[in-house]
Design a binder for this molecule. Structure first.
Ligand SMILES: [Zn+2]
Length: 109
């Protein structure tokens, strides 16, 4: 079982995009993290429990279902694999292209 602490901004360029020249492992991780942010924040503000993201574990020998959660828009998003129990947190996801939560707050203000 492994845990990952990720700062989303470390995977993005200054425009907030995944860099074209990122190495393959970095791209895989960046795609995974941005997808988690997208799926989890899309259910805001109804996130009370872990939600099924529809994503699969990055480990090729696992491919378990990934669930995700965040308590509020100030906290990291956490994710976990239901099969191998790998888990991680994603900080600095706010206002990224994949953030559907704080964008919603801005729109409703
Ligand atoms: Zn797994």
């Amino acid at each position: 079982m492994s845990s990952y602490t990720s700062n989303l901004q470390h995977f993005l360029d200054k425009n907030g995009d995944i860099p074209l020249d990122i190495h393959p492992e970095g791209r895989k991780m960046a795609s995974f993290l941005t997808s988690v942010v997208d799926r989890v924040t899309a259910s805001f503000p109804f996130v009370r429990e872990f939600i099924k993201t529809g994503l699969k574990c990055m480990k090729t020998d696992c491919r378990g279902a990934i669930i995700g959660h965040f308590r509020n828009e100030n906290e990291p998003i956490v994710w976990q694999c239901m099969k191998c129990s790998d888990f991680g947190s994603i900080s600095d996801w706010q206002n990224s292209h994949w953030d559907k939560a704080t964008n919603k707050i801005k729109k409703t203000v």
